[in-house]
Design a protein around this ligand. Sequence first.
Ligand SMILES: [Zn+2]
Length: 253
Amino acid sequence: MGNVMIFSFGRGRSDQGRVGGQRTSRGFTLVELLVVISIIALLLSLLVPTLSRSRELTKQAACLSNLSQLNRAWMSYAIAYRGYVMRAFTGTGYWALSGNTRETITGGILYRFTNSVEVYRCPADTSDHYRTYSASDYIGGNNWVPAPWNYVSVLELGKIQYPHETMILLEENDPRGYNGGSWVVYPGGDNWIDFSVSWHLGGANFCFADGHVEHWEWQDPRTPKIDWFYQSTPGNPDLARIQQAYIPQYVKP
Ligand SMILES: [Zn+2]
């Protein structure tokens, strides 16, 4: 072992640090220093992913809290309007206006029940959109999906058949500049129409008509790669799950 002296503390004049001819002061050798550096590097390599994961979990929790607040506002709206749910599209008279400005949120019919522009945006949202969340077309929408998959959107709270299974809001990153319209998907089959996000540790967050929120981790590696409308992913369990949450009681034609 080579005794190359790197640091030495307490050394001064050449006669100091000697007792009975033995050197008592001792520095770190190069090897010792390298060992210490490797241990620090190892600890950092263990710590950095943990910190990064904990940051992501914080964002995920904040997003779920946003969805809970929007959900309470959604419920308050329905109570204030004798059981009629907020309209899910974008434009005048809907929950948000069209476009990507702060005013598209404050001008929406839900805003007076939230009084917060911030709750409309997920902290993990990587886009420049003011609004991250989109509303399911099945609840309060415009019967958007064409035949043979057609359905009639539910407009009244009391007519939601399975509130604990029916999603009302979810995360979207519409590549057209803002989340336009409502969020739609075919209730069955292999094709998506709209799609969701995967920025929460490979998954996304949802809220349901009974007020609860959920984080879903995508199972199919094709799901996070979807970046445009009408993609086909045969046998995709994520699509099946989202179709089930879209219209739980739907019977395939
Ligand atoms: Zn989120």
